[in-house]
Write a protein that binds this ligand. Structure first.
Ligand SMILES: NC(=O)c1ccc[n+]([C@@H]2O[C@H](COP(=O)([O-])OP(=O)(O)OC[C@H]3O[C@@H](n4cnc5c(N)ncnc54)[C@H](OP(=O)(O)O)[C@@H]3O)[C@@H](O)[C@H]2O)c1
Length: 287
């Protein structure tokens, strides 16, 4: 694999598929990074057929397992992949409490810890001029980060609380990483899809039939939700933009107050410690 690839996590999901289709339609080489290969293969085949782009490859990645993340990074390294853009699209909002392989609450574990680990560990494959895109959400405005961030429990778990703080933490991380990587010429931005008609907004409760009737017809389609990430990852005029949030074709800076707050400084330090220790363990565990 000698070209510079666009990596899309969760590329088989609603917005991920729309991002992958758009990149493939532009003739760009794409790695679909997906946890369920059997479910993702038909999506890959359809995208190849519809776009006529044979350079859409599929690789296994489970963001709920540090070992899987380390294995994914090792595979790309061994294949000699250079990365043009990493689009961190995959995400979950778990209805009930669950844990990742490494013992973190699942929503924070996938949306934040796994995504940060993947981004850090792929940096050696990212030359100057490459881009990183994370996926935020409007819920970041209600997110609260406190000392329970890394160890939620079944007793205290609430899906909106976990989801909103995972997205707030990821937005903070995006802003701080953009500062760190600016001297290396790597642009780091977030994309906010808005409210999109996908499985993620299914509440698994009595409100779903009402939402399907009165809400879903008026919100964005997955293709509309994908526009911000596509612009951040590909538009030539976006190459100098870093530390911003893209919503459709518009973008605005992540506020300094967010990236320099006390909670931002605390979570950044804790995250780096956790990722460094997990990285060492994961590297020891892979073949
Ligand atoms: N829908 C909205 O209104 C909305 C609004 C704001 C932000 N977002 C964000 O947009 C992104 C895409 O969401 P969507 O609405 O397209 O949801 P979706 O259709 O449920 O897609 C989620 C994708 O993430 C993948 N994923 C979940 N857990 C994973 C794991 N452990 N490892 C690797 N991949 C994993 C899923 O894979 P599987 O198919 O194997 O489950 C799927 O491909 C998410 O980050 C979400 O938070 C969505």
């Amino acid at each position: 694999m000698s070209k510079a690839y666009y990596i899309v996590t969760g590329a088989n999901g609603s917005i991920g598929k729309a991002i992958t289709e758009a990149l493939a339609a532009q003739g760009l080489p794409v790695v679909m990074a997906c946890r369920n290969i059997a479910k993702s293969q038909p999506v890959q085949q359809r995208i190849i057929e519809e776009t006529g782009n044979p350079e859409v490859v599929l690789r296994p990645l489970d963001l709920a397992s540090m070992k899987s993340i380390a294995q994914f990074c090792k595979q790309l390294t061994q294949e000699g992949v250079a990365i043009k853009a990493l689009v961190n699209n995959a995400g979950v909002m778990c209805k009930s409490f669950g844990q990742t392989v490494d013992g973190f609450e699942m929503t924070v574990g996938v949306n934040y810890i796994g995504t940060v680990a993947l981004t850090r560990w792929l940096l050696p494959l990212m030359p100057s001029g490459s881009r990183i895109v994370t996926t935020t959400s409007l819920t970041r405005y209600i997110g609260k980060i406190d000392s329970s961030f890394f160890d939620d429990s079944p007793r205290t778990y609430k899906r909106f609380k976990a989801y909103s703080r995972s997205k707030l933490a990821l937005t903070i991380y995006t802003a701080r990483l953009s500062q760190e990587l600016q001297p290396r010429g790597i642009a780091v931005n977030a994309a906010d899809p808005g409210v999109v008609d996908t499985d993620m907004i299914t509440m698994h409760s009595w409100v779903d039939p009402l939402a399907n009737l009165f809400f879903r017809p008026f919100i964005s389609s997955p293709h509309e939700g994908a526009i911000g990430a596509i612009c951040a990852a590909t538009l030539p005029e976006s190459s100098d933009i870093t530390g911003e949030i893209f919503h459709k074709k518009r973008h605005s800076p992540i506020p300094d107050s967010l990236k320099n707050s006390r909670q931002a400084v605390w979570i950044a330090a804790e995250t780096e410690k956790i990722i460094a220790s997990l990285g060492q363990k994961a590297a020891e565990g892979i073949e």
